[in-house]
Ligand binder design. Sequence first.
Ligand code: ZN
Length: 281
Amino acid sequence: MKLVRYGDMGSEKPGLIDGSGVLRDLSGHIDDVTGAVLDAASLDRLRAIDPASLPEVGGNPRYGACVGNIGKFMCIGLNYTDHAEETGNPIPAHPVLFMKANSAISGPNDDIVMPRGSETTDWEVELGVVIGKAAKYVSAEDALDHVAGYCVCNDVSERTFQNKLSGNWTKGKSCDTFGPTGPWLVTKDEVPDVQELGMWLDVNGKRMQTGNTKTMIFTVAEIVSHLSQLFTLHPGDVISTGTPPGVGMGMKPPHYLKAGDVVTLEIEGLGLQTQKVVADA
Ligand code: ZN
């Protein structure tokens, strides 16, 4: 299933994309796509609905983040060998974790608003993992039982805030609009092998990132297991699992976003995002 949230920011409705790519309204069945409906039984109930029985949604509505009320938005840093190298960092011995403020979460095609004065706003295509069942002290072997599905994330990053403001990475990862998430939450039954997904990101039509989840240092299962030893992962939490090489910071000379740029990114089977970059007033 491809679950979505559509409509104006803050009043999104739940929907699904049927087998023909048509958006259909799910609000007769659930109030929203949140952690409360991502357990296996709830997903099975939704899966049992004949999509043809759901109203078609006309027009061309905005998509919101594909999960509402995200509890924790966690990000894994330096999780692709070649990206760790381009940043000049050693290969980590354990998953590098930082948090993105929930207020950064935005729709997949919403504008990226560069914070005032920003000259080093950067892009990162990443696989997002959506938790469906609470996880605490789970083994890697059992970890995917706690995952509802997957989505595309752009871990937008202000590199000066991230690296030069005497704080930790969270400063540069949490600006408003720095968390495009979606368009679809693709349930895991539709993803045959999460460690075999191609991904790419373009800026103004020029290919910047090309990667595949098979080159992750820590797999999705290992990340979920590791984090669950530290704290409880709750339904509706999202983990963005790191980016492949090709970020602007790693280029020689570095290349950053500017107002008017268009960022396009996709992960195989998980959908496409397009963002216009604008400067904050
Ligand atoms: Zn990242």
